[in-house]
Design a protein around this ligand. Structure first.
Ligand SMILES: *Cc1c(COP(=O)(O)O)cnc(C)c1O
Length: 471
């Protein structure tokens, strides 16, 4: 047993570390307070390790502690929210930020955020305006709706619509649609949060129009239909169509809300994706209000879009939650620019990265793999085996869960060390690289690599494989 107290006393003082290279050499280009924090963190880390009885004993020489402090300084100055290279092939990867923005959306964000803007200013009248106007007309044009409103995200859109239309009353939902989306968005809970009493109708696999009809009572203020985005009920099933619900709602004077989840402005069936009704088609069935996400298949910024009957949209705008969930200028700028691209569908397909990635033909992905292969081989100095292989990609974001997008990927097998070591090192490169593991190989799917990122991928591989195999 070593005398722990004696070791703790050997820890150098922060002031001494600040005068010690390499920390002292960094003083010119870092704030003194950052240097001090880093030195303190290094001392704290070693104290914890000594108290925990770590073996082998850490090096307590002042030069070694100063080196450790320099590492802490580097970590302190690296942003937490960073760019990564997505090679998972999952186009709308929620953990990696869902939809990358179109160039015009990025430019709009910069232009509007650098200075002041017409966020709530009417240039014609020279007085206060409404922030909703920037996207309302566009959304109406693109979906055929009478009115539209954009809020923070689709979960917020559903919450607002529920609270405004059925708060203190009840809403009908099919038992087959009581969904949970990742991140604890669950229909029963969101209803409770909106102060709405949930009346479940039908059974898990089958719900009939009569189930809704019988459940309607004096307290019923809303019929909710929810898109089962991330799962499918197969086999002996039946669901009531939006058309039938719209007719029932009109008969009884009860609004019908459909949460579409992803929400498409263009039909993507031509690109091998499952046929799904667009937002326009959904509204055309007679549904009163539709909600959908801005950063799923639409390919824009995080937002929740609500389109539908003018009087209902007006009620939603006046609800206090609309203020709590309102969009900031950066998001509004990106959303407006993204929606503008949809005015010309061909332009949307060309310029919105999400749509472009979904539509890439397999032969193009194979060509990209073949172009990347020698670059990665060269960067890796024969430390791994690279092969081009057929691979399936997914849409992600809980949208179209059964859709598989055929394509190609590069499969990587390290010559030394484990696959886990390789993926861990790639996560630590700059920029970090995220792929997916399949059949004991690391798959790199070029579908989700953005134009111009190829050299960064090669650099990351050089960093990851240059390190010793036990690192
Ligand atoms: C994704 C999804 C949501 C949540 O949307 P966010 O924009 O992530 O808040 C709600 N409902 C359905 C059906 C969804 O698919």
């Amino acid at each position: 047993m070593t005398d722990r107290q004696a070791l703790l006393r050997q820890l150098p003082a922060v002031d001494r570390l600040l005068k010690m290279p390499p920390l002292s050499e960094l003083a010119g280009c870092h704030a003194p307070v950052q240097l001090r924090v880093a030195a303190q963190q290094a001392v704290d880390e070693l104290r914890q390790r000594l108290l925990a009885g770590d073996e082998p004993l850490p090096d307590l020489a002042p030069e070694a502690v100063a080196r450790l402090a320099a590492k802490h300084l580097n970590a302190l100055e690296t942003s937490s929210l960073r760019r990564v290279l997505n090679l998972t092939g999952t186009v709308l990867h929620t953990n990696l930020g869902r939809a990358p923005l179109a160039e015009s959306a990025l430019q709009a964000v910069v232009a509007v955020s650098r200075g002041y803007s017409t966020l709530e200013y009417d240039l014609g009248e020279g007085q206060r305006g409404e922030r909703h106007v920037h996207v309302e007309e566009l959304l109406c044009r693109l979906t055929g709706a009478e009115g539209a409103l954009a809020v923070n995200n689709n979960a917020g859109a559903v919450l607002l619509a529920l609270a405004a239309l059925a708060g203190g009353k009840s809403a009908l939902v099919s038992r087959g649609e009581l969904i949970e989306i990742g991140g604890s968005f669950r229909i029963p809970e969101i209803m409770a949060a909106g102060g709405v009493k949930l009346i479940e109708v039908g059974a898990t696999n089958k719900t009939h129009l009569d189930d809704y009809r019988r459940a309607i009572g004096p307290e019923t203020a809303l019929i909710l239909k929810v898109h089962t985005s991330n799962y499918r009920i197969l086999g002996f099933t039946s669901a009531v169509t939006g058309e039938e619900l719209a007719v029932l709602g009109r008969e009884r004077g009860i609004p019908v809300l459909e949460d579409l989840g992803s929400g498409l402005l263009l039909d993507l069936a031509d690109y091998g994706l499952p046929r799904e009704p667009t937002v326009r088609e959904t509204l055309a069935t007679g549904i009163d209000v539709v909600t959908f996400s801005g950063d799923k298949l639409l390919g824009g910024p995080q937002a929740g879009l609500i389109v539908g009957r003018k009087d209902i949209i007006a009620r939603l705008k006046q609800h206090p939650l609309a203020r709590a969930l309102r969009l900031d200028k950066m998001t509004l700028a990106a959303l407006e620019a993204t929606l503008r691209l949809y005015l010309d569908p061909q332009q949307a397909l060309r310029e919105i990265p999400t749509l472009r990635m979904l539509a890439i033909p397999a032969h193009e992905l194979e060509r990209r793999c073949l172009a990347l292969l020698p670059q990665l081989q060269a960067a890796s100095g024969d430390q791994a085996i690279f092969e081009v292989t057929a691979a399936m990609a997914t849409v992600g974001g809980g949208a179209m869960p059964l859709a598989e997008l055929p394509g190609f990927a590069i499969a990587v097998t390290p010559r030394q060390g484990s696959l886990q070591q390789l993926t861990a090192r790639l996560r630590k490169s700059d920029p970090p690289v995220i792929g997916r593991i399949q059949n004991d190989r690391l798959l790199l799917d070029p579908r989700t690599l953005l134009p111009g990122e190829e050299p960064l991928l090669a650099t990351a591989f050089a960093q990851a494989l240059a390190k010793p195999a036990d690192g």
